[in-house]
Design a protein around this ligand. Structure first.
Ligand code: HAM
Length: 422
C-alpha cells in the first residue's frame, strides 16, 4: 500500500531539531519580555475577507498563495498567511485599541501556497510583534532596536543588514504611483515580463524587480523620495536619528516596498545574503490605516514578523548554539538487576531536589554493559549505576562518561550535592 506522506512544503520538526527551536523561542520570549510586550493568541483560520481586505486583493498572497476553502456551512475560510490582519481583528473585537496603547506579540504557523525551496515553505512559523496607538518614530525605533538586540543575543548580527524606507502617506504614494506608471508606460518595451504585468496591477512592486535592465530604467525615473509628504519625511528623518543614537546600523533603501498593501510610512527588512533567494529574515513597517480600513477607529500601528525557519537556518550555519542543546540528557540512571522500584524512587528524589537537571532513567532491563552503552548514547555526562548491592547499601555508583575521572561510589543521601555541583 502506498504510504501517506506529509504535504509538500509542510515540515515535521524532529527531536534533533526541536531543541534548537525551543532555544530560539525562549530567547525571543525573553527579549520580548525584557521590552514589556505581552502575548496574544488568535485562531489559525479566519474569514477569507479579512485577508483580502487587509493584505490587498492585488497581491501575490491573496491572488495566488492562500489556502482558502469552504467549510461545511459554505463559509469561505482561509488558513492565515500572516498574523497582522488577525491581530487587528482580535484587538478590535475585544476593545483593546480604543484609547489604549498595546505592545503585543504572537508566535505560530502561517500558510502560503508558495513554491517550496530552502527557507521558503508552505507552512512556516513567524513571531509577529505589533504595537498600537503610538505614532511617533520612537516606537518604530524601539521595534528595530528590539530586533537588533535579538540578533545580537543569537550571535547573528554580523550576517543580517537592516534596510529602511519611508513609503509616505497614501496620497504621496498615489502621486508617486501615477508618476511611475507614466514614466514606465512610455518605456514598457524595456520592461521584463513580470514588471509589465505589475504595471497595471501593482506598479510599486516593480521597484523590487531583480532584473538589472529594469533597475537601470528605474534609476533614471522618478524616485519615491521626491514625492514624500513633509510629515512622513520628518518622521523618517527622526527615525534614522534615533537609530543612530541607539547604535542600530541600517541602510536606507528607497526601493524597498513591501508585498502587502497595508503599509504606509516606515517599511523595513532585515536581509541576509546567506540564504540564497530567501533574503528577508524579518520584515514589517507602519500600517496606520489598517484598523480604520477594517472598520475600527483610526489607530496608528507598527510591527514586524520574523521568519523562524530562516532564523534557524542562520543559527545552524552562523549563530551561537549552546552546546547542551545537542544532548537532551545530563544524567543517565542505570538500573541493573531487580531494582526497578528503587530506581524509580531514586530518580524521583533527584528530580525533586534538582528540578533543572535532565535525568533519564533506564527502562527495559538488560546487562550492565548494554545499559552503559545506552547511557553513553544518550549524551549524558554522568551515569548513575544502581545495582542490587548499591540499592541495599543506600549507595549508587557514579561513572563519568565525558571526563577522565575514576568511577566512585556515593551515598544516595549525598547525591544531590554531587550532582548539584556538576
Ligand atoms: P512578510 O514579509 O510577508 O510580512 O513575512 C515576514 C517574514 O516571514 C519574512 O521576512 C520571512 O522571513 C517569513 N516568511 C514569509 N513567507 C515565508 C515562507 N513561505 N516560508 C518561510 N518564511 C516565510 C508579514 O507577514 C507581515 N505580517 C509582517 C508585519 C507584522 N508587518 C507589520 N506587522
Amino acid at each position: 500500500m502506498k504510504k501517506i506522506q506529509a504535504i509538500r512544503g509542510m515540515n515535521d520538526l524532529l527531536p534533533a531539531e526541536t531543541a534548537l527551536w525551543q532555544h530560539l523561542e525562549s530567547v525571543i520570549k525573553q527579549t520580548l519580555a525584557g521590552f514589556g510586550y505581552s502575548e496574544i493568541r488568535f485562531p489559525i483560520m479566519e474569514q477569507t475577507d479579512l485577508f483580502k481586505r487587509s493584505i490587498g486583493e492585488v497581491t501575490d498572497i491573496v491572488e495566488k498563495e492562500m489556502y482558502t476553502f469552504e467549510d461545511r456551512n459554505g463559509e469561505s475560510l482561509t488558513l492565515r498567511p500572516e498574523g497582522t490582519a488577525s491581530c487587528v481583528r482580535a484587538c478590535e473585537e475585544h476593545g483593546l485599541l480604543y484609547n489604549q496603547t498595546q505592545r503585543l506579540w504572537y508566535m505560530g504557523p502561517m500558510f502560503r501556497y508558495e513554491r517550496p525551496q530552502k527557507g521558503r515553505y508552505r507552512q512556516f512559523h513567524q513571531v509577529g510583534i505589533e504595537t498600537y496607538g503610538l505614532q511617533g518614530p520612537d516606537i518604530d525605533a524601539e521595534l528595530l532596536l528590539l530586533s537588533y538586540n535579538l540578533f545580537q543575543t543569537l550571535g547573528l548580527e554580523h550576517c543580517v543588514e537592516l534596510q529602511v524606507n519611508s513609503l509616505g502617506s497614501d496620497e504621496a504614494r498615489a502621486r508617486y504611483r501615477t508618476a511611475l506608471v507614466d514614466y514606465l508606460s512610455e518605456r514598457k518595451d524595456q520592461l521584463d515580463e513580470d514588471s509589465k504585468r505589475r504595471l497595471d496591477s501593482n506598479p510599486l512592486r516593480i521597484l523590487d524587480s531583480k532584473n538589472e535592465a529594469t533597475q537601470a530604467l528605474l534609476d533614471a525615473g522618478p524616485s519615491l523620495e521626491d514625492y514624500l509628504d513633509e510629515e512622513s519625511e520628518q518622521h523618517f528623518t527622526q527615525l534614522t536619528q534615533l537609530l543612530d543614537a541607539a547604535g542600530v546600523p541600517y541602510q536606507i533603501n528607497r526601493r524597498l516596498v513591501r508585498g502587502l498593501d497595508y503599509y504606509s510610512r516606515t517599511a523595513f527588512e532585515w536581509v541576509t545574503d546567506k540564504l540564497g533567494a530567501q533574503s528577508a529574515v524579518c520584515a514589517g513597517g507602519r500600517y496606520d490605516n489598517l484598523v480604520a480600513q477594517l472598520g475600527g477607529r483610526a489607530t496608528p500601528a507598527v510591527g514586524f514578523a520574523i521568519g523562524l525557519e530562516r532564523l534557524i537556518l542562520l543559527l545552524q550555519s552562523e549563530g551561537h548554539v549552546p552546546e547542551s542543546l545537542s544532548r537532551p540528557v545530563d544524567v543517565y540512571l542505570a538500573a541493573v538487576g531487580d531494582v526497578q522500584a528503587e530506581a524509580l524512587k531514586l530518580a524521583a528524589s533527584i528530580r525533586r531536589a534538582l528540578p533543572g537537571l535532565r535525568l533519564s532513567m533506564h527502562c527495559g532491563g538488560g546487562s550492565f554493559k548494554s545499559q552503559l552503552k545506552k547511557a553513553d548514547k544518550s549524551g549524558a555526562a554522568i551515569a548513575l549505576i544502581l545495582g542490587e548491592n548499591e540499592a541495599a547499601a543506600g549507595e549508587v555508583g557514579v561513572k563519568y562518561l565525558r571526563e577522565d575521572k575514576p568511577q566512585e561510589t556515593c551515598k544516595q543521601s549525598a547525591l544531590t550535592q554531587l550532582l548539584g555541583e556538576f
